[in-house]
Design a protein around this ligand. Structure first.
Ligand SMILES: [Zn+2]
Length: 260
């Protein structure tokens, strides 16, 4: 029985080992649909707990920037954008097409391009399926015991049941902090995204500087799980020539967002 369990797990992991957009190997154990459902459900929970900003001006500003970014995606399935009235310097994007921006971020992201840098970074996490990879890695670590228990208790359509049961346990995982290499990947892909949408990518460097300054004694939540300031600036600077090319192409195509 145990051998069978491990065979199933190993096969699942072989099938599920994919490569991230910038070439890092990553596990993708969860079906896309389920990940999207987890994202939607986590979003719902956050919305129930956090008041939304009621300023029409603020809402349309954030939506304008977010739309410009998501318009660049191949499969733009209509992203939901919510501005939360909260002093946290933070933002997030979730699988299933969900974006959240906290009003505290707007104190630090000084213009539309800086806001685009943050939203681009967060959307890049979703595009690269970092949530799935993170949950899969956690699952693989714990799998021996958990899977043995599940399989011992079940017969029948084990695969569907497996994902169903694990999905419940991994519900919180969709909001787990990302790893360092995932953060770097999101920075670089996010830079490409904002530039392709017609936002000046050089503002990304200023944004991260502002973030670091806003930190003070207690770093913003958004920064606390992210790479060191110097590494981040260096990575962005190395990629800047390519990003500037994308930016110029976007401008030539008339992509000049004016969100105010
Ligand atoms: Zn990140």
């Amino acid at each position: 029985m145990l051998r069978r369990i491990y065979t199933v797990l190993v096969v699942a992991m072989l099938i599920a080992c994919t490569t991230s957009p910038l070439g890092n190997p990553q596990l993708q154990l969860f079906p896309d649909e389920q990940v999207a459902q987890m994202g939607a459900s986590a979003y719902q929970q956050i919305k129930e707990k956090t008041p939304e900003a009621d300023s029409g001006e603020v809402n349309s500003y954030v939506r304008c920037v977010a739309d410009a970014i998501t318009d660049e995606l191949e499969s733009d399935t209509g992203w939901e954008v919510t501005v939360f009235e909260d002093e946290a310097v933070n933002a997030f994007a979730l699988p299933g097409g969900k974006i959240g921006v906290y009003t505290g971020l707007l104190e630090v992201a000084e213009n539309q391009a800086q806001l685009a840098a943050v939203i681009g970074h967060e959307v890049a996490h979703v595009l690269a399926e970092h949530g799935n990879a993170r949950m899969s890695a956690a699952l693989a670590t714990q799998a021996g015991l958990t899977l043995a228990q599940i399989f011992a208790a079940s017969s029948g359509d084990s695969r569907a049941q497996l994902f169903g049961i694990l999905g419940l346990g991994a519900q919180y995982g969709i909001l787990m902090p990302y790893g360092r290499s995932q953060e770097t990947e999101a920075d670089l892909l996010g830079l490409d995204l904002m530039a392709s949408a017609g936002f000046d990518p050089r503002e990304a460097v200023d944004l991260w500087r502002n973030m670091a300054q806003a930190g003070g004694q207690q770093p913003p939540e958004f920064l606390s799980t992210h790479p060191s300031h110097d590494t981040r600036i260096q990575n962005l600077t190395e990629r800047m020539p390519d990003a500037l090319e994308l930016y110029e192409q976007a401008q030539a195509q008339g992509e000049t967002p004016d969100c105010g």
